[in-house]
Design a protein around this ligand. Structure first.
Ligand SMILES: [Zn+2]
Length: 371
């Protein structure tokens, strides 16, 4: 049986970015409560994180950015928020307690990395992490500190080889940039094509530089890509590259904003396709650190990450949601029931677009790894 840990505490979900902001931290609490109702923590570890120390934040972020986040978090007016990409009306509003919440998300990913690297568990899931857009000196795409980069750095500094696989609907630009010249991290991102979705990067031709050439792998998808096309592309690209790279440890960003109900993106995945990808990830490497990420439909987030943790901890949760949770939140079924009807015109574009991308990766990237 696989030993699993879930890194979370309720304090991580009480803040509000802004009343009308699409990212609602309460989605983390909903996920935790759903797992709790399924009895997920009876035979797996539930661990509370601590805020990361400042020196850990400084392993990636600049000193003046860390100081600015701290000041903005306390409501101090002297900081030029716009210089760090914060604004009250935009994607990244400063809010009270922002520093503590963001540093705790980093601390949770570092703890997950430590638990797995030390061999205390086989897999650890930090649903508050996966903040893959944050840059060294500015916030981006709802991300303040880049917990993924900092956790990967902690592993690389232990001499470990890391494969990072990012299945969020948005390109994992912050993580890619951090390791673009490195051959110690194999960085694979699957995402909606940048022409239609933030942050705009993530073309197949972004393959890394110098020693890192061939170690950044990007597959953009056309809007309306469904389970079938996504899973096909995943199995064509990810297992061969990861197996050849032979990582010591796998880090994944498990954003579930590829779901058809997500309000920000244009994918057509269901919980079936999402769970299929998680099962493929599980087969890749025995040591696995899973991070959260995007997901903007509350019920979908709770269901998708509950299913993901079920794969990690080897539990096949019953489809009928426990009555206590049903009564509280009205969700009845864990898995999507409906057969999706996708416009055939859209589907006609999504499949060849994915096939073209996969073909290009095989032509450009695979030979760099002797494949
Ligand atoms: Zn996303």
């Amino acid at each position: 049986m696989r030993r699993a840990a879930f890194v979370y505490e309720e304090a991580q979900s009480r803040h509000v970015l802004r009343e009308d902001h699409v990212l609602q931290p309460n989605r983390l609490q909903l996920t935790y409560e759903l797992l709790q109702c399924y009895g997920a923590f009876e035979d797996s570890l539930l661990v509370a994180p601590k805020a990361a120390e400042e020196d850990k934040l400084l392993s990636f972020h600049t000193a003046d950015y860390v100081a600015a986040v701290k000041s903005l978090s306390r409501g101090e007016g002297h900081v030029d928020a716009a210089a760090y990409n914060f604004s009250d009306e935009g994607d990244n509003p400063p809010y009270e307690g922002m520093y503590e919440v963001s540093a705790t998300a980093v601390g949770a990913s570092l703890l997950a990395a430590e638990l797995v690297a030390d061999g205390q568990v086989d897999v650890a899931f930090n649903i508050s992490g996966g903040l893959h857009h944050a840059a060294p000196n500015y916030a981006s795409g709802f991300c303040v500190f880049n917990d993924a980069v900092i956790a990967i750095l902690s592993l690389v500094n232990r001499g470990l080889k890391v494969a990072y696989v990012d299945i969020d609907a948005h390109h994992g630009d912050g993580v890619q940039d951090a390791f673009y010249a490195s051959d110690r991290v194999l960085n694979i991102s699957f995402h909606e094509w940048g022409r239609y979705l933030f942050p705009g990067s993530g073309e197949v031709r972004e393959i890394g530089v110098g020693a890192g050439t061939g170690y950044s792998v990007n597959l953009p998808f056309f809007p309306f890509t469904d389970d079938q096309v996504y899973l096909w592309a995943f199995t064509e690209v990810v297992p061969p590259l990861v197996q050849r790279f032979k990582p010591d440890i796998l880090v994944t960003q498990l954003g579930c904003d590829t779901h058809y109900l997500d309000p920000l993106t244009h994918f057509m995945l269901t919980t079936e396709g999402y769970t299929g990808v998680i099962k493929e990830l599980k087969r890749l490497v025995p040591k696995w650190i899973a991070l959260g990420g995007g997901g903007y439909e509350m019920g979908v987030v709770a269901r998708a990450w509950t299913l993901a943790y079920g794969v990690m901890a080897e539990h096949d949760w019953p489809d009928e949601i426990p009555s206590a949770f049903q009564e509280r939140y009205g969700l009845k079924r864990l898995r999507d029931q409906a057969e999706l009807i996708i416009d055939t015109k859209m589907r006609e574009q999504a499949r060849p677009f994915a096939e073209g991308g996969v073909e290009e990766i095989k032509r450009v990237v695979f030979p760099l790894h002797g494949l």
